[in-house]
Design a protein around this ligand. Structure first.
Ligand SMILES: C[S@@+](CC[C@H](N)C(=O)[O-])C[C@H]1O[C@@H](n2cnc3c(N)ncnc32)[C@H](O)[C@@H]1O
Length: 201
């Protein structure tokens, strides 16, 4: 069944997302995203494209399939998609209900996605299904923290943030393991709150 509630939430966020996302954070994160996305190779699935802010950090010349649950986010992304020096084919699609064959992709990339996907372990299992055996998962994600007082603060913040957008207290590394990926690498970039994760099917 289509998740119209999640779609509506992100459709509503679309017009102001670029302001909400914060230029400062995007600038600080850009070098780490650029490094992570430099590994793009082969048949690539990108989740979730949002308004396309990540595109500026993609290597050129790639052929990328991108999805997002929100058609309105993708509408805002369209000029960035058009300006990309390579090919991005974008689809409005829910990660819980991927319209791709099993074992389709060499790699999956995510960027600030699993703070937002409503059922993260199921969403990750869905990505695992469409990855080829031995296929790679590369993630740039913000998560909750193990450390007091951040853990408490982020749990409280989530009560508000999830009404308009993402959760702030996700346990994404544990979720990746729970979805039966082999975690190869975790790099904590800002405390243990912003990180890159590399995993394998
Ligand atoms: C915090 S935004 C990040 C967007 C972009 N990667 C960026 O960093 O600017 C989260 C995105 O996840 C998308 N999303 C949430 N749930 C989803 C789902 N179930 N399937 C696909 N996309 C989803 C939202 O529409 C939104 O565009």
């Amino acid at each position: 069944m289509a998740d119209l509630r999640t779609q509506a939430k992100w459709d509503k966020a679309a017009p102001n997302f670029d302001i909400m996302a914060g230029k400062g954070a995007e600038e600080r994160w850009a070098p780490f995203k650029t490094e992570l996305f430099s590994h793009m190779d082969g048949n690539i699935l990108f989740l979730a494209l949002g308004t396309g802010l990540d595109i500026a950090t993609f290597p050129t010349g790639k052929n990328i399939t991108a999805i997002d649950i929100s058609p309105k986010m993708l509408e805002v992304a369209q000029p960035r998609i058009d300006n990309y020096e390579g090919t991005i084919t974008a689809h409005a699609m829910d990660v819980h209900d991927l319209d791709f064959e099993d074992d389709s992709f060499d790699q999956v990339f995510t960027s600030c996605t699993f703070c937002s996907v409503p059922r993260p372990v199921e969403g990750l299992k869905s990505l695992r299904r469409v990855l080829k055996p031995g296929g790679e998962l590369f993630m740039f994600e913000h998560t909750g923290s193990r450390y007091y007082p951040f853990k408490v603060m982020m749990t409280l913040m989530t009560q508000i943030s999830r009404k308009l957008g993402p959760d702030m207290n996700r346990t994404t590394v544990a979720n990746v393991m729970a979805a039966d990926f082999e975690v190869l690498e975790v790099n904590n970039l800002f405390l243990d709150v912003v990180k890159t994760i590399k995993a394998k099917k």
